[in-house]
Design a protein around this ligand. Structure first.
Ligand code: LMR
Length: 395
């Protein structure tokens, strides 16, 4: 039976990351996977998380299963983090959520619940989007449509194109939006543009499905959630996939949350039961460790303050790297790279052709995606000049 399987191409992100790891060129630069790295090229553990881990280790008495909805403290803290403590939707009891294995798990559970409610729903995804959105949501059985999002010529959001395409989304459809720090482009909607999207959802009846994997990596925790909070304020239903991979550095702990804002409290209870049933059939119960750490950090005033400070420093460093990279690329190439400074989060499209990105890998051991998406957080004082010179050579 297994003999009938066809070989698959490598994953567009993880395959390149593996190729970078295997490259023994001491000058190699790995800008593939979206992982924060410090100036020494290390993905650090937050101090607040380390402290939570010590406390947890001292207290932990069991490794028994969590329930399918996960840890209650974690779920409460994540609702507060994403929606804001004073969210009227929370006050009205019309929000439910479950802890999931990472943001991917949240996307999958969100899609499972959507499919259970509306198997014919079409999911509108941005062009471009994170490539894994398609198999994660599509393997549930939902169909796709794309909407224009990015204007290559001016390195910004093609809002006119987006609105024109989303005019065709109808009641019962789902529009997948990046809450902040758009992956792969780094080009985000303004608050005015979120207002327009909310108005369209109201008028046309589609449901927003917001992936907010990078909250806190753009302008700040509350600022980055402003778009999704605006939708929640105005609309009866919003589905949200949140992640603690980047903002709490819990990548390998697979810690995320699927949050459902529902029409009323009774429906929230039904949706919660559907989400738990979906978890049960896909993976049964979520892993505990990361959620227990996150819940402890977010639920403890001292640890929460320390974490916020660390996250702000991380964010400031990424923004500093954006300025340094712009300067280095402009100096090496004589071209305009001002757009890098305007984008948010970890990613930027450098605007190279796939052949140029491939040449960078083959000739210079500089690894970025074929789309020329780079992980800005992989740039450091030791590789920035080499990177800029190599990019200038292929331009
Ligand atoms: C990325 O886009 O590089 C990250 O979200 C990691 C991943 O799973 O692809």
């Amino acid at each position: 039976m297994l003999q009938s399987l066809e070989p698959l191409p490598a994953d567009p992100i993880l395959g390149l990351s593996a190729a970078a790891r295997a490259d023994d060129n001491p000058d190699k630069v790995d800008l593939t996977v979206g992982i924060y790295m410090d100036d020494a090229g290390v993905c650090p553990v937050f101090k607040a998380v380390q402290l939570a881990q010590k406390a947890l280790e001292a207290e932990e008495v069991t490794k028994a299963y969590l329930p399918p909805a996960g840890d209650e403290q974690f779920n409460r803290c994540m609702q507060h983090l994403v929606l804001g403590v004073g969210s009227p939707a929370l006050g009205a009891g019309r929000v439910c959520s479950i802890q999931t294995p990472g943001g991917c798990g949240a996307l999958r559970i969100g899609a499972e619940v959507i499919f259970a409610a509306a198997p014919d729903a079409r999911v509108w995804i941005s062009d471009p989007t994170w490539p894994v959105h398609i198999p994660l949501v599509g393997s549930v059985g939902l169909g796709f449509e794309t909407y224009r999002y990015y204007n290559v010529a001016d390195h910004g959001v093609d809002f006119e194109g987006m609105v024109a395409d989303l005019r065709h989304a109808r009641a019962g459809d789902v529009v997948l939006l990046h809450g902040c720090c758009h992956n792969p482009s780094g080009a985000d909607l303004t608050l005015e543009q979120w207002e327009v999207v909310a108005g369209m959802a109201e008028a046309q009846g589609f449901t927003p499905f917001v992936d907010i994997a990078y909250q806190g990596l753009g302008d700040g925790l509350d600022e980055d959630a402003a778009g999704v909070r605006l939708l929640v304020e105005r609309l009866p239903e919003v589905v949200i996939a949140a992640s603690c991979s980047k903002n709490l550095g819990l990548y390998r702990e697979r810690t995320g949350a699927a949050i459902f804002v529902c029409q009323d409290a009774a429906n929230a209870q039904t949706v919660l039961n559907q989400a738990k049933a979906a978890a049960r059939r896909v993976y049964s119960m979520p892993p505990a460790h990361g959620a227990l750490l996150a819940g402890r950090v977010l639920g403890d005033t001292g640890l929460d303050a320390l974490w916020r400070e660390e996250l702000e420093q991380m964010c400031a460093r990424i923004n500093g790297l954006r300025s340094d990279l712009r300067a280095a690329l402009e100096k090496a190439s004589g071209r305009d790279f001002a757009f890098i400074e305007k984008e948010k989060g970890m990613f930027s499209f450098l605007g190279l052709a796939p052949a140029q990105a491939q040449r960078l890998r083959a000739e210079f051991s500089v690894y970025m995606l074929d789309s020329s998406r780079i992980n800005v957080a992989g740039v450091n004082a030791g590789n920035i000049d080499y990177l800029a010179q190599c990019v200038a050579k292929v331009l």
